[in-house]
Design a binder for this molecule. Structure first.
Ligand SMILES: [Zn+2]
Length: 136
């Protein structure tokens, strides 16, 4: 199965960054250092690639807040999404770090993303960070 390369430069991300509805984002063009954006009813504008990378993490971090992490043995975790009841497994793979079975993570892996990250992975990081702080 061939998959499109993963990109953070999407209409959805543009809509989040500009605070407009996705349907109004009509066209994106990836340039060398910025993204040219056309939103219906507005003048075309540019958004930096860095802004999209920040959005990639921020949007997942926001959604990781209501995920409950439970350790299930050696370097494995269950992520339970309290808002929709869904549950995903995460585990550490040698040389590849923490892996998740969710669609977001899988799409990034198949799209060739370096260091793929999903809200569940961010929730595990937060869980471990909180634990470490309690022990210190
Ligand atoms: Zn995930």
């Amino acid at each position: 199965m061939s998959q499109r390369p993963f990109t953070v430069f999407t209409k959805t991300a543009t809509a989040r960054i500009l605070g407009v509805a996705v349907a109004l984002v009509k066209k994106l063009q990836v340039l060398a250092k910025t993204i040219w954006v056309y939103v219906q009813g507005k003048r075309p504008t540019f958004i930096s690639k860095t802004r999209y990378k920040v959005d990639y993490l921020e949007s997942r971090l926001d959604r990781s807040a209501d995920i409950k992490i439970t350790p299930v043995g050696g370097f494995s975790y269950t992520a339970h999404n309290l808002s929709n009841g869904k549950e995903y497994r995460l585990w550490c793979a040698p040389g590849r770090g923490l892996q998740c079975e969710c669609k977001d993570y899988e799409r990034q892996v198949q799209g060739g993303k370096v260091n793929p990250t999903c809200k569940h992975k961010l929730a595990v990081n937060q869980f471990l960070s909180d634990r470490f702080r309690q022990q210190a």
